[in-house]
Design a protein around this ligand. Sequence first.
Ligand code: FAE
Length: 533
Amino acid sequence: MNPSRRTFIATGASLLGAAVLPGRAAAAGTAAAGPIADGARVPVLVIGTGYGGSVAALRLAQAGVEVHMIEMGMAWDTPGSDGKIFCNTREPDYRSYWLRTRTKAPLNYFLGFPIDRDIPRHTGILDAEEFAGITVYQGRGVGGGSLVNGGMAVTPKRENFAAVLPSVDADEMYGVYYPRANSGLGVGLVDPAWFDTTACYQYARVGRKHAQRSGFPFTFVPDVYDWDYMKQEAAGTVPQSALAGEILYGNNQGKKSLQKTYLARARATGKVTISPLHQVTSVAPAAGGGYTVRIDQLATDGSVTAAKTVTATRVFFAAGSVGTSKLLVKLKATGALPGLDDEVGKGWGDNGNVMCGRANHLWDPTGKLQSAIPCAGIDNWSAGGAFAEVAPLPTGIETYASFYLSITNTPHRAQFSWNAATGKVDLSWQTAWKQTSIDMAKTIFDKINAKEGTIYRTDLFGVYKIWGDHLTYHPLGGAVLNRATDNYGRLAGHPGLYVIDGSLIPGNTTVNPFVTITALAERNIEKIIATDL
Ligand code: FAE
């Protein structure tokens, strides 16, 4: 290695600090190389590498069990020709979307003009999966949703917990598993003094001012971003990432995705193997015990390059709310897993997601430099059924817009069902159901608009359209705990099959969901290791 390269690496490591160290550990501790072999027999197979899957893999490996993780998305460990692993939100390229020829940006208009563009079809990082009444955004790749999400790491208020998971002991969750999850994920808070002065949170300070003037509680929200790294971004001493708008299609620097936390620790045990670009298509009881798992190996254009059959003693469904629900509903309906409970596919919700923007006065600029990592929210849950995250609009220009993603207390739940005619799984969600969420979000923003003398933006989701009501970032449910499974995620009728992801949660978490998904997975896997293995 030449001296200048060695200096660069040493400097880079010290500048990036803790944020990259787990990643380096991952490289050092990687288990057996190469994807899973056709005909393999394995003790545990985990479908998916998001939060639930990563917790299961780490804890099983620490208990001495060999784990094979199967992930339909890419590894996201190799830079493209621009030297970066992930592309920028402002410049979506082939890396941005899962098998689409045109982007489908959640915020798809700007100043009334459509912003979507053509892209090469590729196994990109963000899936905009379309059902009849809703588009569900999900991360694809090793790390699941942690690759694309805002990193907002929120523990629900304890008084709201019974509505989320009524059969779970809250004392245990708040005493043991939420703290364990927060620590495992590397959750931290923005430094309030820095928040008050940095240009990149001008937009959030405007959000705070408007919330407080209307009498709403304004709260800082923890995140998994490396806050020291962001300070250095602002100081101009390290490559910019959050401050360069990197979020929706991956973050190249400071975000502690699962690749840098749970998965790095799991790989470092030497007992975990991950097969990216492998998609599970079927699970069925094997003749000699255990389960036969069928897997398609994918090329980056989405074509199938190999079909593999593997036998696993135990299978953990961690394919996310939509992925797990689709598999289970199909496998029950087609007779592969006939013993599954009739509750499978039910209880799905969108966490009440709805988006909107407000047009501020010229004396209230939100700043052309905006950190892509949200760090604050407006809490009107108990009075109005809405918790609104003050979200960035990192366009690089002054927009005078305040932008919000609200999580609302929607009562609506949809069901997945097998459509034999199309050979696909349908979801019964109706777009009109979002009106309840809009009404709840309006309890915050109508009041703020009245107080500030401002109006809603109508140019962000279409031509004269106020509400982003066509989508969710937070799919939850479909294999609800203590209904489709027992109280620890065991699937009825098929011993050795478990659900351990967001599909266990009945449609709403009252806040952003991944800390709850992680904490519940920690709780369940501890029980399963103690009693089943
Ligand atoms: P998930 O992380 O989705 O992982 C499932 C994995 O399984 C994925 O990697 C799939 O590719 C893979 N998979 C699916 N089907 C198969 C198959 N058949 N074979 C093999 N692999 C398969 O599941 N939540 C927060 O708490 N805070 C936030 O700030 C936040 N922001 C978000 C922003 C965006 C744009 C999005 C899309 C989501 C956001 N979320 C946020 C939601 C959060 O990422 C999501 O709840 C979790 O990722 C769900 O975790 P799971 O373990 O259930």
